[in-house]
Ligand binder design. Structure first.
Ligand code: PEP
Length: 243
């Protein structure tokens, strides 16, 4: 079970200190991996403080290139040096800024180069869902990634299904809807020989809906945005997986 916190553009040093102190005072289920994706400025500190409480740090985004004239960007090597072990790839808030499926595939190649695990995010917008095209759309987002040869594909650590209409809106996909998409993803991954890859759900996950989502057979974890900023709520989500 993989339980991941995406802080997005939230948090400062004081927040980080309180967060990991809080994490250390709580008990966490065993047989789970807990990931935290802080803003890049906090990555190094999060990697250190997270290690002390069993949480693994990751970068929210990486650039495909190793270095170069890319103002404001960070390479996989740079975030790895700062302590990242994972990278979020293709979050919908990044795709909304213009990242394409091919960019996401190139980022996974970069992650592999730097020894990072990639957590690739996919998910449809409301119009696609209403046109009944969600499954084809989401599987299409994965195609460029799954077309990569080893060793790039070996760096694929997990996939998060995050319907855009459920992110930060308070509107969660029903467990049945999420399970149906996860089943479709699993079947596609099985064809690629990756049937065991963890499939996370993301989109307004909270302590009170986590159990119903995490008890679905093809939901292997969650990627949590807003609720992950409260360490007690994030811990309750992790514990819900074992209830
Ligand atoms: C996310 O940022 O990936 C996310 C799922 O956000 P939220 O939980 O706030 O919907």
């Amino acid at each position: 079970m993989l339980i991941a916190a995406n802080w997005k553009m939230h948090g400062d040093r004081a927040f980080l200190t309180a967060y990991f102190e809080g994490a250390g005072a709580l008990s966490w289920p065993e047989a789970q991996t807990h990931l935290v994706f802080p803003p890049a400025t906090l990555l190094e500190r999060a990697a250190e403080a997270g290690a002390a409480v069993g949480m693994v740090a990751g970068a929210q985004a990486i650039h495909p290139a190793r270095d170069g004239a890319h103002t404001g960007c960070l390479s996989a090597e740079q975030v790895a040096e700062a302590g990242a072990r994972w990278a979020l790839l293709g979050h919908s808030e990044r795709r909304a800024q213009g990242e394409t499926d091919l960019d996401v595939a190139a980022q996974l190649e970069a992650a592999a180069r730097a020894g990072l695990r990639g957590l690739v995010c996919v998910g449809e917008g409301l119009a696609v869902r209403e046109e009944d095209e969600a499954e084809a759309y989401v599987l299409g987002q994965l195609a460029a990634v799954l077309a990569l040869p080893a060793p790039a594909l070996d760096a694929l650590g997990a996939i998060a299904y995050e319907p855009i209409w459920a992110i930060g809106t308070g509107r969660t996909a029903t467990p049945e809807l999420a399970q149906a998409m996860h089943r479709a993803l699993r079947e596609r991954l099985e064809v690629a020989g990756l049937g065991g890859l963890p499939l996370l759900y993301g989109g307004s996950v909270k302590p009170d809906n986590a159990k119903a989502l995490l008890s679905q057979p093809d939901i292997d974890g969650v990627l949590v945005g807003g609720a992950s900023l409260d360490i007690t709520a994030f811990n309750a989500i992790a514990r819900a997986a074992n209830e």
